[in-house]
Write a protein that binds this ligand. Sequence first.
Ligand SMILES: [Zn+2]
Length: 415
Amino acid sequence: MHSTPSTGGDKDPSGSGSPHCTRTLIHPGKETLLWYDPWLINGPIAQSGLLIADALGRHAFERVEHILLDGQRWVNRTHDPALDDRWEEIQATKIHSRIQEDLVVWAPTSSGKFSLKSAWDVVRGGCERKEWYNLVWFPHSQPRFSFVCWVALWGRLPTRSLLARWGTVIDPTCYLCGNAVETTDHLLFECDFSSAVWREVLSLNGFNRNPLGTWKDVVEWLVSHFNGGSLLGSVRKFSFISSVYRLWQERNARAHLKRPTINCDGSVKGGFGGYGAIGRNYRGEPVFALAGGIQESDVVCMELHAIRSGLQRARVFNLSQVQVRSDSQVAIQMVVGTYKVPCGVLWLVEEICELRDSFRSCTFIHHVREINCCADYLAGYTSVAQIIHFDLHNLPLILSEMIQNDAKGKVYSRM
Ligand SMILES: [Zn+2]
């Protein structure tokens, strides 16, 4: 049956570390190599210390039948000490009488039948299951939730601290709070944002406790409290894996430039200047909206007023990372230093730069007018010298509609 040495049953006694996946069941022993084939439960008799020349000279093609007497009993005809070492095991090996040929079976299962699960166990090296295994993998779980959770529990989520170690990012600050280094532990539990989420999740699960302690402590607690295969147990486990998934999703949404935005615009009508700015979170929901008017006839000056007042308002609302969008290319170029600033608006540009430096991150981009309609509307809102801070619960209907359309990505055609 075998013409070359192969591996079989359990661990390789040669010490190579490779698992044995097959085992030979003996009947006549005519086709099974005595020294190299995996017919014993602990693998082949030949050890790595057996010299190849020695093996070729004496043993290489010796069959198991050589140590069988009448096909019924084991007998050591070779008197080789290597065989003596395994004699107990040999004697305990069954001689199958009903099969006509030696039979190769799949060793990792007791039935000898191959299964993908047993093959997977062999491949992963039989490492022990983590205590949190059932918290993550359970019937009716959502695979993508389980997967993210599994990666998180192994500490392999590409957080900023991990990316900083790999040299792919410089700033390791948490995207959710902006106040700490973004490690897995911090991001998923210690962060103010996520601990508030966990408090809510625990409460919804009937546990009125503060999720105090480290992330490891919490996982230990969850393993003992969110367990079992009942409907309640499954719902609790689902709440855990989905929360981890959503926290990671939230973090990614913020990371991938879906940061708060400030749309700004200025206008001049009949020698009177208007400006407007609207701040929105990364979901497109308004954080503030303002409209102002002053006696001014220079439109670029009004564009700069809009940017300045938008940034001032963003400071009030503690937005730490913002993207300022203006449909005035010139105003943007003045702020980023690629356009010579006229004396008349120098003070405005200086104030804007000062404000910019007070944010953790503040970028300026040119935004075409077609997608800047909210700010455009606000810039023409008032025709008297004043500044209006809108109540977000009571916005002009037309502005609310524009905000909703912006959130859906609607582009207005140029009028
Ligand atoms: Zn944080």
